[in-house]
Design a protein around this ligand. Structure first.
Ligand code: CA
Length: 234
């Protein structure tokens, strides 16, 4: 199997070479660049061959966010935003605009590699078989069989609880915004009804978590959305 190709867009020289080196050690092919213009040229010319894009936002000639539509038009690459900005509305708009995940600086290389593996696993899910099974501790979800087991015993979920869990299973390990969850589970006219999520997430946690008040599985990304913990077994 060919090694995945990564485009790294980061203007901080030291951070760029640190990340590049770490990626190369893991066996990735890396094209690094430091500006919106260079990244745009690189993506337009080699788009189809790019598996993932690591995108810094504060670039000398503009906002990295400008590149989101370029990535989405020219490739099916996974897109991870590397951001120094922790503002929630901004994160949400990036995710809603097609970014797969974001890391807030400073982040550890370990965390970056883990997020990268998750993003690559989900990358191009329209052509690859979608995620159908999920296992975390004693929880076992099989979307094909519509079955949820906890400690080997079936868990009864309402249709909305199941739809919400299934949506998160398909993106396990990745953040999914409130808007995305509401649109996919309840429909486009319900995207403002975040109280649905609080209610149903509470019910799911009560049924699936060992300690619902300290969730290990259905994780809250404050102000942004939810993330199902990475599976413990694939
Ligand atoms: Ca920067």
């Amino acid at each position: 199997m060919r090694s995945p190709t990564i485009v790294l867009v980061e203007d901080d020289t030291q951070l760029r070479s640190t990340i590049k080196e770490a990626l190369q050690v893991e066996g990735y092919h890396v094209h690094a660049c430091a500006s919106v213009a260079d990244a745009r040229a690189l993506l337009v010319h080699s788009g189809a061959k790019v598996d993932a894009v690591l995108l810094d936002l504060g670039l000398p000639d503009g906002d990295g966010a400008e590149l989101l539509p370029v990535v989405r038009t020219h490739s099916s690459a996974a897109l991870l935003v590397l951001s120094a900005r922790d503002a929630e509305p901004h994160k949400i708009s990036l995710l809603d605009a097609g970014a797969d995940d974001y890391l807030v600086k400073p982040f550890s290389l370990r965390e970056l590699m883990a997020r990268m593996r998750v993003a690559l696993r989900h990358q191009g899910t329209s052509v690859r078989p979608a995620v159908r099974q999920y296992r975390h501790g004693t929880l076992d979800v099989d979307l094909e069989a519509r079955r949820v087991l906890r400690d080997g015993a079936p868990v009864h979920l309402t249709p909305h609880e199941y739809a919400l869990l299934a949506r998160l299973v398909r993106c396990a390990g990745q953040v999914v915004t409130h808007r995305q969850l509401l649109a996919d589970v309840w429909g486009a006219d319900c995207v403002e009804h975040t109280h649905y999520l609080r209610l149903y997430m509470g019910q799911l946690r009560a049924k699936l978590e060992a300690q619902p008040a300290q969730p290990q599985l259905l994780l809250t990304e404050p102000g942004v959305g939810y993330r199902l913990a990475e599976p413990t077994e694939l």
